[in-house]
Design a protein around this ligand. Structure first.
Ligand code: C2O
Ligand code: CU
Length: 476
């Protein structure tokens, strides 16, 4: 094979340096009145070239025809209004990942809203209570719709944000492509994927492009990294092993720390400060053990005015949160404990589970229903309620990953505190919305249930979620 997608597993395929600067499509600022940012976004079939120049384009489903979908930027405290139109021929919804949203705007079909049918529209409108790096994605058959490209970045700026100087958003995805650069459609729904790691791709893109070269100004840069992959936990480092200074995780500021390699589970984000001193800096993806180039940042270029990032000749003044008094776990005295025993998948210990009220052996669940995972012996669905919690209660999700696989556990509508084991030997107390659990790990996810509604808790490896790894917590 001398061509065709395989940049993740075969180093030999890589070319040195992409040619064109690939920049995110930035949504022009919509008319803003009364602190409301108004946008119109549609989902539809579109083609987009994922490979290098000259590679054929791929048929995808995209927001506004671009991959990733248009970047939405707003300010904390504003209201975001998106009039969404579904030009696909299947139902879909938009979910605003990491936003402490109004429940009816959360975009979970059959739970918080009816799916938006083909040719129909739905207006999402909600306040942006937190600054940070968020993203949006389809939440209907996510295992297929994300893999086809339905996602984009949502950046909420701090009140005193610098003028976007060297503020660089990198949306990373792995695609599963055929040798002709078509989406590998036959493997949608593959039980092999669903019972193992999920759908892993063979082609890595950053901002929808292969090895993009992105213009930056010398000095400090804030990288906002978003893992939009269905299932692959990505890992990044800078060439030369230069340190990455982590200042926020999943949109929430953290006590800053330095790390050489940042791992991001699907849906996780990290805001990193890096020093751009040389002419070119390479960001490598190293999750497979064979480093490949993800993107390059090129400094010294004359940035055209109006180009992203806006350098204005001035480097970003790093927004490192000062030690903040709110930055600690909530008091857990009298907290509501919810135990979640995760089982299933290949090589697991789940023999049978309850599905739609009936106890079925795993083999039958797999073959007849494509279900493979369970919480507390129940195959997840919107009828699987983990508990009714009173508004304002402190909740401890005591989660036990009793499987042979990693899982990126995501709670809707809230961030939770966790003593994270994700950063090497030292546990770190961090606030996140998605937590990557190692096989066998037990973790406590602690949050104040201050946002009323029916909220999903699920694995963000899309195939695991579809195959049963999800349930609902009702608040208020
Ligand atoms: Cu990124 Cu249920 O969501
Ligand atoms: Cu999982």
């Amino acid at each position: 094979m001398n061509s065709g997608p395989d940049n993740i597993s075969r180093r030999g395929f890589l070319r040195a340096g992409g040619a064109a600067a690939a920049l995110l499509t930035v949504r022009p600022l919509a008319a803003q009145e009364d602190g409301v940012r108004r946008y119109a976004i549609s989902a539809g079939a579109a083609t987009h070239r994922l490979g290098q120049e000259g590679a054929p384009a791929t048929d995808l489903w995209l927001y506004d025809g671009v991959s990733p979908g248009p970047m939405i930027r707003a300010r904390r405290g504003e209201t975001l209004e998106v009039v969404f139109t579904n030009n696909l021929d299947v139902p879909t919804t938009m979910h605003w990942h990491g936003i402490r949203n109004l429940n009816e705007m959360d975009g979970v079909p059959d739970l918080t809203q009816a799916a938006v049918e083909p040719a129909e529209s739905f207006t999402y409108r909600f306040p942006l209570r937190d600054a940070g790096t968020f993203w949006y994605h389809a939440h209907s058959k996510g295992w297929e719709q994300l893999a086809r490209g339905l996602y984009g970045a949502l950046i909420v700026e701090e009140d005193d944000a610098p003028d976007s100087a060297n503020d660089i958003t990198l949306v990373v995805d792995d695609w599963r492509l055929t040798e002709a650069y078509a989406l590998h459609e036959e493997s949608f729904g593959s039980l092999m994927d669903w019972s193992h790691q999920g759908r892993l791709g063979n082609w890595l893109t950053v901002n929808g492009a292969t090895e993009p070269v992105i213009d930056a100004a010398a000095g400090t840069a804030r990288l906002r990294m978003i893992n939009a992959a269905n299932a692959r936990t990505l890992a990044f480092r800078l060439d030369g092993g230069r340190p990455l200074r982590v200042i926020a995780l999943d949109g929430a500021p953290c006590a800053p720390f330095e790390i050489d390699v940042i791992r991001l589970a699907p849906a996780q984000r990290a805001d990193l400060l890096v020093e751009l001193d040389g002419e070119m800096m390479t960001i490598e993806e190293v999750s497979t053990g064979e480093p490949i180039t993800a993107a390059q940042l090129k400094t010294g270029a004359q940035l055209k005015s109006g180009a992203q990032p806006k350098s204005g000749g001035r480097a970003l003044s790093p927004h490192v949160p000062a030690a903040q008094s709110w930055y600690s776990f909530p008091d857990q005295a009298g907290a509501r404990i919810i135990d979640i025993h995760m089982q299933g998948g290949a090589m697991g210990n789940l023999d049978s589970a309850i599905f739609e009220g009936e106890s079925l052996p795993l083999r039958e669940l797999a073959q007849n229903h494509s279900k493979l995972w369970a919480f507390n012996g129940i195959v997840g669905g919107y009828d699987n309620w983990l508990g009714d919690v009173a508004l304002g209660e402190v909740v401890v999700l005591r989660v036990w990953n009793d499987t042979r696989w990693e899982h990126g556990m995501h709670l809707h509508g809230h961030h939770f505190w966790v003593r994270s084991q994700e950063f090497g030997d030292e546990p770190r107390d961090v606030l996140r919305d998605t937590y990557l659990m190692a096989p066998g790990e037990r973790a406590e996810l602690v949050f104040v249930a201050d946002n009323p509604g029916a909220w999903l808790f699920h694995c963000h490896m899309m195939e695991h979620h579809a195959a049963g790894m999800g349930a609902v917590i009702s608040i208020g």
